[in-house]
Design a protein around this ligand. Structure first.
Ligand code: ATP
Ligand code: MG
Length: 461
């Protein structure tokens, strides 16, 4: 690895020879690049979209890089917004899509600090320093993410190793891996994502330096980490992500309580359960079904919550604020309190939004009802909006040998209801699935509708 090289030569190729055609790019991103070029600016499609096309994956979106300053970009597009504190980028709206436009920037991490740059233990705190295309190519994280496609000129400009790395499906940091991870520890999580999907092989240092620098993730704001986790666990390769996070020793940094529970899990049942749950999440994501991050969180917290709830049951809680008297708690209250405590502790490394914590609480509180043979519990379960999620969750616990269903006739109704909602999934999107709302961010929140009794669909299939 060439540690300090800042101006490695870029390769210039014909894009069509590398297999790229404008037809592979979404209309809106093409329009953005076209308009910028007609206004006299250099502009390219760059990043994940180009990388995914070259690797034979379906691109999620297309990012644009340009020499136009954010204000110049804004002047060209009526429907846009300037965003970002770290980097000022422009979001351009159109055709139901958002195309992200970033101005070429220089890597401000090496040598003398440039204007507008402050370093904090090697971490870049601000790098809004504009630069040339060459500088922009060098400040990107991995070679495969440093490929610029001009769809109108059939041109490809790329980091000198990028196309070879695409061909050999190799993930390689640009420059010294340890230094690049120290500058921005989130790059380690991005590395894990690309190793999991599209399933690349890490160049030696790119892989080895993750475990050595993992603790630095502790300095990243918990909310930024949560955004990364959404991408990690909802990209259709969550099981692989879990295995890689453990292998590269990042899992314990992100989920200390879960890691501790795994270490005390003598027979590996909890690990087995988590793997099943993540495989189930992958299946849903890959089938285009809705999936909520709360389901994964509930899985990760299940054992820490169970243990904390058991402690609360055994010791009780203060009867009044600040008092010394102790009162007992019901099983349900114990789980609710345990979720709150585990969430609070989790928030020190990765913080989950409260609305997700509320769903986790519901899923976990409902688990007890599956082991109850009381009629009242059964009817509460069957009419609960989280029934399907909770039921999926319980089934996974059972499969891992961590729960036993109640021996009661009510289970026939649970199974019937479960089968019906599964059939709705097979018919396409919708249904419940316990997940609901991919990525689970912001306004797209989709409350799952309460189960409605339907007419029997002509015999249980
Ligand atoms: P995807 O959009 O599929 O999640 P991506 O690689 O496009 O993957 P973005 O977050 O959209 O991810 O970033 C766009 C590009 O910006 C990346 O391809 C990379 O070149 C650069 N980039 C993103 N994050 C970093 C980072 N932390 N350090 C350096 N470069 C980065
Ligand atoms: Mg992208």
């Amino acid at each position: 690895m060439s540690g300090g090289a800042r101006r490695a030569p870029l390769h210039r190729d014909r894009a069509s020879q590398a297999g790229l055609e404008p037809a592979g790019i979404c209309r809106h991103a093409l329009d953005v690049v076209g308009r910028l070029q007609r206004a006299g600016h250099e502009s390219y499609i760059v990043g994940g979209g180009v990388r995914d096309l070259l690797l034979g994956e379906t691109p999620k979106d297309f990012d644009v890089a340009t020499d136009a300053r954010p204000e110049q970009v804004r002047a060209l597009f009526p429907k846009c917004r300037l965003i970002g504190r770290r980097f000022r980028i422009v979001h351009i709206y159109g055709g139901g899509k958002i195309t992200e436009v970033a101005t070429f920037r220089a890597d401000t991490s090496g040598g003398a600090p440039a204007a507008g740059f402050r370093a904090d233990a090697g971490r870049i705190v601000r790098d809004n320093v504009y630069g040339s295309l060459e500088e922009d190519a060098m400040r990107r994280d991995f070679t495969i993410n440093s490929i610029y496609y001009d769809p109108f000129g059939d041109r490809l400009v790329s980091h000198e190793r990028a196309l070879d790395d695409v061909r050999s499906r190799c993930l390689r940091t640009i420059g010294d891996a340890a230094r690049r991870y120290r500058e921005d520890p989130v790059r380690m999580l991005r590395a894990v994502r690309f190793l999991a999907r599209p399933g690349l092989a890490a160049e030696r240092d790119t892989g080895a330096q993750i475990a050595r620098n993992g603790a630095l993730l502790g300095a990243v704001p918990p909310a930024r980490l949560f955004d990364q986790l959404l991408k990690l666990f909802h990209g259709g390769a969550a099981l692989k992500v879990y295995q890689l996070l453990r292998e590269h020793r990042l899992f314990g940094v992100l989920f200390p309580q879960t890691m501790q529970a795994l270490e005390h899990d003598a027979h590996g049942d909890f690990d087995d359960f988590l793997q099943r749950l993540l495989a189930c999440t992958d299946e849903r994501v890959n089938r285009g079904l809705p999936s909520t991050p709360a389901f994964v969180l509930a899985g990760l917290w299940w054992l820490p919550v169970r243990d904390a709830a058991a402690r609360l049951r055994a010791h009780g809680v203060p009867a009044e604020e600040g008092g010394s008297r102790v009162r007992g708690v019901s099983e349900e209250e114990a789980v609710q309190r345990a979720v709150r405590d585990v969430a609070r502790e989790q928030g020190r490394s990765v913080s989950a939004p409260m609305r997700l914590v509320a769903i986790v609480r519901e899923i976990l509180v409902l688990q007890r009802l599956f082991t109850s043979s009381r009629k009242k519990d059964l009817s509460r379960l069957l009419t609960h909006p989280r029934f399907r999620a909770a039921c999926n969750f319980f089934t996974l616990l059972e499969q891992a040998g961590l729960a036993d269903r109640a021996d009661c006739p009510g289970w026939a109704r649970i199974e019937d209801l479960e089968r019906k909602s599964r059939r709705r999934d097979s018919g396409g999107r919708g249904g419940h699935g316990g997940h609901g709302g991919r990525g689970g961010r912001g306004k797209g929140r989709r409350r799952n509708a309460p189960r409605r009794r339907r007419k029997p669909a002509g015999g249980a299939a």
